[in-house]
Ligand binder design. Structure first.
Ligand code: CA
Length: 483
């Protein structure tokens, strides 16, 4: 059989729990669901740094942030680290990338390893966006999700049919500020979207620095919720704050889900094109997002933190020639494994990416069990106390049973952040007894041994991956290229 084609569709900030194939309570995504029903659903795929630029760098290179030197959204991607599209291009694949790049602002930080590309500068715009391509930049009339889909299908139509292709479809949606597609302007009346069970989380046992994070629903801005705030919802009382949070939740979620709906249509259009052109049997179609997102969970929006709604990435994969329909992957996977997996799909190996740190999960996609697969994922959020969200720098480990997080509360600031160094704090969650992560048991004597084991596991994984632990304010700082 000829080498398979790859279509890698990645959206921005799309949480798994807003895909109906993952049991969403808030929306329906028929085309994404089709990938899951006819292919595989990853149930334990985690990002290793829950924010846009770092996750994208990890996906392309198969490395952690300290290796690819893109730990923050202010990073410039270090092109000395090779990417999987470069490998595929060198080995005869036609390659292209359309949509969000967000791996640096300067001319040196343009996509490499792709025969054709169009990217949004930085976050880009939803409506009539500017796009940068090999020949310069131009403004394109239309809605960003449609434009990226059209560019992707244009590449497919003009490709050389004798050679395999790898197409990266990188949607901007559903990233803030959530400007929906006009055709979904009437979807979801305010007040009709179910609130998550954990929305009233009081954070009583959480680390002090987490209680200060400015990602509460009430921190959403007028540009996020758009409608005029009713005057009766103003005020400082707890009742007013709760009512206002609920009101803001309905509005930001309405627009978020409307954005998601157009991304689902894009998945459907690409699947349909592959079928009509009789390419669907031997094409791997992946749908994923660069990280998860809090959808009112724990009273928050946004990502960054290591709690599951933010940590978990959705991933669905359809490839009828190789992936049995209805496959479910429960092994602990990370975004660092994606490059190795796609290389193996294309008949290459990890030796083509000498710095990479992941492992291919293609065997599990084929329905095989892998006895010596890892049981833990290591995570590190590098940015500390950014001026808008005030999310703390932290690292930790998730296993199927427990999650350990150390808020070391120091390190990379972003422009405008304070230099405050706060006391180190730990959190520990028992994911079996408390799957919603409502109670931090780091100070519970009954968990002292678990805490010690998880701390030891964190140190072990830091040593394996070559990431330095935090050892006080004199710990050497990670340096990375900036614009
Ligand atoms: Ca993102």
């Amino acid at each position: 059989m000829s080498r398979p084609n790859i279509v890698f569709i990645m959206s921005d900030d799309h949480a798994a729990h807003s895909i109906s194939a993952y049991g969403s309570r808030v929306n329906t995504t028929p085309h994404m669901d089709r990938l899951a029903h006819e292919g595989a659903r990853m149930d334990a795929l985690y990002c290793t740094n829950s924010i846009c630029t770092p996750s994208r760098a990890s996906i392309l290179t198969g490395t952690y942030s300290h290796i690819n030197r893109a730990p923050s959204i202010y990073s410039e991607f270090d092109h000395r680290v090779r990417t999987f599209p470069e490998v595929l291009q060198e080995h005869g694949y036609q390659t292209a990338l359309y949509g969000k790049w967000h791996l640096g602002r300067s001319a040196r930080s343009r996509p490499r390893g792709v025969d054709d590309w169009r990217i949004f500068p930085d976050q880009g715009d939803y409506v009539d966006p500017v796009m940068i391509g090999p020949d310069g930049q131009e403004q394109i009339t239309g809605y960003a999700t449609d434009i990226v889909t059209q560019q992707s299908i244009g590449f497919l139509e003009e490709r050389d049919p004798e050679r395999p292709f790898c197409l990266l479809v990188h949607h901007k949606a559903p990233h803030r500020p959530w400007i929906p597609h006009p055709r979904y302007g009437d979807l979801y009346e305010p007040g009709t979207i179910p609130e998550p069970e954990t929305m009233d989380d009081d954070h009583a046992t959480r680390a002090e620095v987490v209680r200060e994070v400015a990602m509460q629903l009430d921190d959403l801005r007028p540009t996020d919720y758009k409608d005029e705030l009713p005057p009766e919802l103003e005020g400082e009382s707890e009742d007013a704050r709760r009512a206002r949070s609920s009101w803001k939740y309905q509005r930001y979620m309405r627009d978020y889900l409307r954005c998601v709906q157009a991304v689902d249509d894009s998945v459907g259009e690409i699947l349909s094109w592959l079928e009509v052109n009789e390419l669907d049997e031997n094409t791997l179609v992946v749908y994923t997002s660069d990280q998860g997102f809090f959808l009112g969970d724990h009273g928050w929006f946004d990502k960054r933190l290591m709690l599951d709604e933010s940590l978990t990435m959705p991933m669905l994969a359809r490839w009828p020639a190789q992936i049995p329909a209805g496959t479910r992957l429960t092994d602990t996977l990370s975004n660092v494994d994606i490059a190795a997996t796609l290389l193996e799909v294309a008949g290459r190996g990890v030796e083509d990416l000498p710095d990479q740190q992941g492992r291919s999960f293609l065997p599990q996609l084929r329905g095989e069990s892998v006895e010596d697969w890892r049981q833990a994922v290591y995570y590190r959020y590098w940015e500390h106390d950014d001026p808008e969200h005030h999310a703390p720098a932290h690292y930790g480990v998730r296993t199927p049973e427990h999650k350990y997080i150390r808020y070391y509360n120091d390190g990379l600031g972003s422009p405008g952040s304070s230099d405050r160094i706060m006391p180190v704090e730990d959190e520990l969650y028992d994911l079996v007894a408390d799957p919603r992560e409502m109670t931090n048991v780091a100070d519970d004597p009954a968990y002292a041994q678990v805490l010690a084991e998880m701390q030891a596991l964190t140190a072990q994984l830091q040593a394996e991956y070559g990431d330095a632990p935090y050892e006080g304010p004199d710990t050497p700082r990670l340096e990375w290229p900036t614009a």
